[in-house]
Ligand binder design. Structure first.
Ligand SMILES: Cc1cc2nc3c(=O)[nH]c(=O)nc-3n(C[C@H](O)[C@H](O)[C@H](O)COP(=O)(O)OP(=O)(O)OC[C@H]3O[C@@H](n4cnc5c(N)ncnc54)[C@H](O)[C@@H]3O)c2cc1C
Length: 411
């Protein structure tokens, strides 16, 4: 069910990008024709100041989002799915206090659709999850507006030849410059807390980096992605939640298309088994929690803990880490994109420890930054391990959840 018209979903974003390796991983044919804007085998990550960018050898496809979504909807329709466009979810049908379908509006028509399983894939507002009754084992609070990443995209044309082209990431400002249409570029930013903050930081970033650049602003758009931990459980009796509705975006970039697919694939396999058994209880749907949180969820929890701190480091600290190839090295950035974690052998671990310690002793890394980084690394490790031990059975969930809350500092 989709509240927008056919062809509309994705149009508020326009151009977006997807890692090349995910097409094979999810069995999706590569984009072609108007859907394909470009293919970029590598990108660059820039320090807060200066021109010493790191190459990130990790290919992306740049694509037209509405056409990509239409293609996926075509695959679904071809496999027998019926998609109701311009149909808006308005409430849950409950039987004996449990989800049994949904109420919806389509034009003037009010619909009641009964279903053994309701899946919330409604994006950041998680409209179904927040209308669940309390006590089913899924958190029902709406996302706090401070927990969004506010993403602003400016489409620029008529640019000078020396303006950055291809994929460019500026981690200190959480800004990026990506390919637009033709020779144009998308100048973007993603900042938590408030849209106004994102706008101010983008202005500041452009003033610092590109004060005199002549350009024509073709279009300016913005959107929200979640920037917080997922709900501790993704399932209840006859209910699942996936994608942005379950806060599954990559913590280091805010991208969420293929990280959502990870959960969708597990959800499909889990739902299929449960439907065949004719048992849609929380117990039967529990494998979505176990398989998601023990793998991608665990890695994202670790990254989130680390990046929440790294993103707040003072400018000089970030410059130092860049210069010493710690956190912001080509290796770290490639590994993070590919595996969602940075594998460290004893040699790299020693090098990182030496750079951190050397930076502190030499006064290049602030006392606060050093302490915060060490604490974040410890917490990230503990969180990842805890998620990797997500309980096999719902009976052990309350104890696991209590410890997870403590690790997230939620008391
Ligand atoms: C500006 C911007 C740029 C981005 N760029 C990238 C990128 O380059 N690469 C990337 O991977 N990710 C990117 N993202 C993130 C990405 O868009 C999301 O992670 C992804 O779209 C999440 O998919 P989803 O299906 O979970 O939710 P959505 O894409 O939000 O889809 C949810 C759908 O549910 C529908 N819906 C909502 N409420 C109702 C209702 N009551 N009834 C019926 N239907 C409803 C909506 O109309 C919508 O179509 C970007 C995000 C923004 C804001």
């Amino acid at each position: 069910m989709e509240k927008q018209k056919s062809g509309e979903p994705g149009s508020h974003i326009g151009i977006f990008h997807v890692d090349e390796i995910r097409f094979a991983q999810f069995n999706i044919p590569l984009p072609e024709g108007d859907e394909l804007i470009g293919h970029h085998p590598e990108g660059r990550a820039w320090p807060p100041d200066g021109e010493e960018a790191k190459m990130v050898r990790y290919p992306f496809y740049v694509m037209e989002m509405p056409l990509f979504i239409q293609r996926l909807q075509g695959y679904a329709a071809g496999a027998g799915a019926e998609i109701l466009f311009e149909t808006e979810f308005t409430g849950l049908v409950l039987e004996k206090g449990q989800p049994a379908g949904i109420y919806a509006r389509s034009g003037d028509e009010e619909l009641t659709i009964k279903a053994p399983l309701v899946i919330d894939a409604s994006g950041v507002d998680g409209v179904v999850r927040v209308s669940l009754p309390a006590g089913l084992g899924v958190e029902t609070e709406p996302i706090d507006p401070q927990d969004f990443l506010y993403v602003i995209l400016q489409y620029w044309d008529d640019l000078a030849e020396d303006f950055p082209r291809g994929l460019n990431f500026y981690p200190f400002h959480k800004a990026f410059i990506n390919p637009g249409y033709g020779d144009g570029a998308i100048v973007g930013i993603g900042q938590p807390e408030k849209l106004e903050i994102a706008s101010q930081v983008q202005e500041q970033f452009l003033k610092e980096r590109f004060p005199e650049v002549k350009h024509r602003l073709v279009k300016k758009t913005w959107g929200r992605t979640p920037y917080r931990r997922p709900p501790f459980s993704l399932v209840a009796d006859s209910f699942m939640v996936v994608g942005d509705a379950a806060f599954m975006t990559k913590p280091f970039s805010g991208e969420g298309v293929t990280s959502g697919f990870t959960a969708c694939r597990i959800a499909v396999e889990t739902a299929d088994r449960a439907l065949q058994k004719g048992d849609l209880s929380r117990e039967q749907l529990w494998p979505l929690n176990v398989r998601y949180f023990r793998d991608q969820g665990a890695k994202f929890a670790g990254l989130m803990a680390q990046l929440l701190v790294a993103a707040e480091l003072p400018r000089d600290d970030v410059s130092y880490l860049f210069s010493r190839d710690v956190v912001f090295s080509s290796y770290d950035l490639e590994q993070m994109n590919r595996y969602f974690e940075v594998k460290m052998g004893p040699g790299r671990l020693l090098k990182t420890a030496a750079a951190l310690l050397g930076g502190r002793l030499g006064g290049k890394l602030s006392r606060e930054g050093f302490a915060a980084l060490l604490a974040a690394m410890k917490r990230a490790g503990a969180l990842q391990k805890h998620y990797e031990r997500f309980p096999e059975s719902p009976a052990d969930f309350p104890e696991w959840e209590a410890k997870a809350r403590a690790l997230w500092d939620e008391g």
